[in-house]
Design a protein around this ligand. Structure first.
Ligand SMILES: Nc1ncnc2c1ncn2[C@@H]1O[C@H](COP(=O)(O)OP(=O)(O)O)[C@@H](O)[C@H]1O
Ligand SMILES: [Mg+2]
Length: 496
């Protein structure tokens, strides 16, 4: 009744066994063997040698005992024992795969659907790490679609304007052909998606709304967040703001510039210069974007950073994250998921630059779960993302990674990462992911499903120059990344 895969022969260890292959067996295929003491045991083919006789090596995954714990066989498997292809039910039970939830794709090489728990994503954070072009944004898009289907509020930090395409159904002919295999149908999410621009509609005509920060009654502390000041400059700023406050209930940056201009201190010039630059960005407004509008049940709100300079992007992320974290603590907004693309730019690891947004992201990574604030962190340079942030992501989706430093960083963050897995992720094909999640006993390979909605990263791929810069093997291209292609924009000149 079970399909024969071969017979145990040669090396038999506690964690591995070899078998003479009978029929078709592929690498990564799941097999099972019967053991007198423990019953059926699950294994996975890790290598195949084609000599005179075809032999395969399988690593032992184990079996579930009555309490549901994954156990290792107590004694070595006997030679001559038959090896069978593992059936769906046995694989699912042993690996701990459940049906229902966030549908990521199919167990690689099988038709077994792989689901993540919504609660696990939100409460324990998730990361998607891999080199450029391997399918990070695509996979993030899949998760976003699933979370939207479940009405989870989403706030997306989108440096490349890739996620606006969630509004439209997938028109890619090749991908549409695969939809049946994955059991999905095309769908656009226009009614659930809103795109905000911190810039303006000339720079970003596709945006739906302006993203603005409250420019009324800015305190010295808030201004200090925009740019670091010397003691003398701080002194002048305090004096100016105190003078204005004595006369006015509400004041704008215009009033502060006026007061600074009237100051006698030589420190005033630099302050005026900074204040004018902030004003020029147009980000301040007397009708700021409300977090209650940004975090809403059933909605995905995208902060599309098109045309926004790197420092201002970091500042926006800082302000926004601070506000939503506070808002969540006070129950002003529902539990939600914060999605950060190019996370290495917003919470860089020590030695890879600084960002005003680092601290708040670290805080959300470690405390967000307590308040129902989940994070999805995406980056092509795992080694350059703050370790503290990465280590808080219990669900890890890893696509192809080749940079040795990045592989090292991944191994550090993922306890279960074996040398074999390190090799695996170097050659993993596009669209396949190594998934490690608390509910699943072992990291597994997942054939990530095709998107229901259009993938927006396609145009960006054409930008070869950009992707090679991202991928340089040495670690010296730091800082270049965000500036590329954005130098022309007015806002990019802000605070260099
Ligand atoms: N699961 C998948 N199914 C089909 N195509 C995929 C899948 N993942 C990635 N791709 C293809 O790979 C390309 C690059 O993916 P993308 O997510 O933009 O890369 P990254 O964000 O890692 O740079 C996509 O345009 C798409 O054509
Ligand atoms: Mg991408």
């Amino acid at each position: 009744m079970y399909k024969l895969a071969g017979t145990i022969c040669g090396e038999v260890g506690l964690h591995k066994f070899d078998f003479a292959v009978a029929g078709e067996v592929r690498r990564n295929e799941y097999v099972k063997v019967w053991n007198e003491l423990d019953g059926w045991i699950l294994g996975r083919v890790v290598s195949i040698i084609e000599a005179e006789k075809k032999t395969a090596t399988a690593e032992i995954i184990g079996y579930k005992d009555e309490r549901g714990f994954l156990m290792q066989p107590k004694n070595t498997l006997s030679r001559e024992v038959k090896v069978f292809k593992a059936d769906q039910e046995f694989i699912m039970e042993t690996l701990g795969l459940k049906s229902g939830g966030i549908y990521l794709g199919l167990l690689e090489g099988r038709t077994i659907p792989v689901y993540l728990r919504k609660e696990e994503l939100i409460q324990k954070h998730c990361s998607i790490l891999a080199k450029t072009g391997s399918g990070k944004s695509y996979t993030a898009g899949v998760l976003i679609e699933e979370l939207l289907e479940k009405n989870v509020p989403l706030l997306i930090i989108d440096p490349h304007g890739e996620y606006i395409s969630l509004k439209y159904e997938n028109r890619n002919v090749e991908e549409r052909k695969q939809m049946e295999k994955f059991g999905i149908s095309p769908r656009g999410y226009a009614s659930q998606v809103t795109v905000y621009t911190p810039s303006n509609f000339t720079v970003n005509p596709a945006a739906d709304k302006l993203f603005r920060i409250d420019g009324i009654n800015l305190s010295v502390t808030e201004l200090y967040d925009f740019f670091p000041l010397s003691d003398a400059q701080l002194g002048v700023l305090y004096q100016c703001i105190n003078e204005i406050k004595a006369k006015k209930e509400f004041y704008t940056i215009e009033d502060i510039i006026k007061a600074a201009t009237a100051s006698k201190s030589s420190a005033r010039w630099r302050i005026i210069h900074f204040l004018e630059r902030i004003r020029e960005t147009g980000i301040l407004s007397d009708s700021p974007t409300r977090i209650e509008d940004l975090v809403k049940v059933g909605k995905a709100n995208i902060i599309d950073m098109k045309g926004v300079g790197p420092k201002l992007q970091q500042f926006i992320v800082y302000r926004l994250c601070k506000e939503v974290f506070e808002g969540r603590k006070m129950g002003k907004i529902p539990p939600f998921m914060l999605i950060i693309e190019e996370a290495h730019n917003f919470c860089p690891e020590r030695g890879f630059g600084q960002a005003v947004s680092s601290n708040v992201l670290r805080t959300i990574a470690s405390e967000g779960r307590k308040f129902g604030l989940g994070m999805l962190v995406i980056s092509q340079r795992p080694a350059r993302v703050d370790k503290n942030v990465i280590s808080q992501c219990n669900t890890q989706i890893i696509l192809k990674v080749t940079n040795p430093n990045d592989i090292k960083a991944l191994s550090r963050g993922l306890e279960v990462m074996s040398t074999e897995m390190e090799e695996e992720i170097k050659r993993i094909p596009q669209g396949v992911a190594l998934l490690s999640s608390p509910g699943i006993e072992m990291p597994i390979l997942v054939d990530v499903r095709v998107r229901r909605s259009e993938h927006g990263g396609r145009a960006a791929e054409m930008d070869e120059e950009e992707s090679t810069a991202f991928e340089s093997e040495d670690d010296e291209d730091e800082g270049e990344e965000m500036e590329r292609g954005e130098r022309k924009s007015m806002l990019a000149r802000w605070l260099v």
